[in-house]
Design a protein. Structure first.
Length: 371
């Protein structure tokens, strides 16, 4: 399913590229949308802050941004069905059963997980038609789990908490305009994620036998992918009056296995969005995101625990989420030119390759300024 959506991304890029070529051939001689319409473009580029790469920067212009994000997960789900922790530790087999100290069923149930991220981003207009960008995240993850006594039964033994903190994967990329007419424009981009985030973080775990030990944490607690990843995207937006709307396709394509012997699943996402600008200093926006991801391929031989996060098969799935946001940008005074962005998200559908934790909500707060 992921590859079908990525294939659609490539097909749409080709169609819009042809449309853009046709549009350029019919433009009046001497018309340059980027320079002639640059100010007009910035007046009408309002939309969701969670979608990077929707617009180009005028030549020589720079935009800096800083975002902070928070995400919370709790409760177990397998497919579209919620399950209890006692069900997990009595009915779900342990992939590592038969190895020394490994029980026949899962015995460590995750209770909750939260992630905080601080993202520094920059965009630069290399030309009116090409914009380059960079994003560097700093991440902190924390998770709590409940261990049950012995190889069977539903008697709780105790809880454990683990955390990981550090830089994530650096992302670089470039975008180019495919089509522009009035307020309608299409932009295509291609990025590369560099494996700067750690995939060998360790943390404490309470075993079913009562031993406190330090082990390599599960895949979801690591800070990066460990691989070079391609990041294609295609965006179209238009508007009329105080309204803007558009669609945004994006993907993540993993380029081989990492040094620990696995690769995260490929991803694809489609966003449909709209925004309303009642005044020059504020707009309100909403977007609906459909996202799919494959399971992890391969396995890290150092991640061996009787818990769902240690099994590569318990990753990926489908999620539909609704996001509501606002952008505030004073038109005068000392804050002129600064943009403050807020976005809150909540899933409306989750079909997960599980069992694993499901997402509760997310929050994003950001600042940006063009120079």
């Amino acid at each position: 399913m992921t590859w079908k959506l990525l294939g659609s991304l490539a097909l749409c890029a080709g169609v819009l590229a042809n449309a853009g070529m046709a549009q350029m051939m019919t433009e009046h001689a001497g018309h340059r949308p980027g320079k002639a319409g640059g100010g007009h473009m910035h007046m009408h580029m309002h939309g969701p802050v969670g979608l990077m790469g929707r617009h180009l920067m005028p030549e020589g212009k720079v935009m800096l941004g800083l975002q902070t994000g928070h995400m919370k997960m709790s409760g177990l789900r397998d497919g579209s069905t919620d399950i209890a922790a006692t069900t997990l530790v009595t009915r779900y087999p342990n992939r590592f059963a038969g190895m020394p100290g490994q029980p026949p069923t899962l015995r460590v149930a995750p209770l909750w997980m939260k992630a905080d991220m601080l993202m520094l981003g920059a965009m630069y207009g290399a030309t009116d038609k090409v914009t380059v960008m960079m994003m560097m995240p700093y991440i902190r993850k924390e998770m709590a789990s409940l261990t049950y006594t012995g190889p069977a039964g539903t008697v709780p033994l105790g809880t454990s908490r683990m955390s990981a903190e550090g830089f994530g994967d650096l992302r670089i990329g470039a975008m180019t305009g495919l089509y522009e007419k009035g307020r309608s424009r299409a932009v295509a981009g291609l990025g590369l994620s560099l494996p700067t985030g750690s995939i060998t973080k360790t943390g404490p775990m309470l075993s079913p036998g009562g031993m406190r030990m330090v082990r390599r944490m599960g895949y979801g607690m690591q800070l990066g992918s460990g691989t070079y990843d391609l990041l294609p995207q295609l965006s179209f937006q238009t508007g009329k009056g105080a309204l803007n709307w558009g669609a945004h396709l994006s993907g993540v394509i993993r380029l081989g296995d990492n040094d620990e012997g696995y690769r995260l699943g490929n991803e694809a996402a489609l966003n449909l969005w709209a925004s309303y600008k009642p005044a020059g200093w504020i707009d309100y926006n909403a977007r609906l995101e459909t996202k799919i991801a494959d399971r992890i391929h391969g396995i890290d031989p150092a991640i061996i625990m009787p818990t769902p996060g240690a099994d590569p098969r318990n990753f990926g799935g489908e999620q539909v989420a609704l996001y509501l946001g606002t952008n505030i940008g004073p038109a005068r005074g000392v804050a002129k030119g600064h943009k403050i962005n807020l976005e809150i998200g909540m899933p409306v559908h989750q079909r997960l390759n599980g069992p694993r934790l499901k997402q509760d909500w997310s929050l994003r707060l950001g600042w940006r300024k063009a120079f």
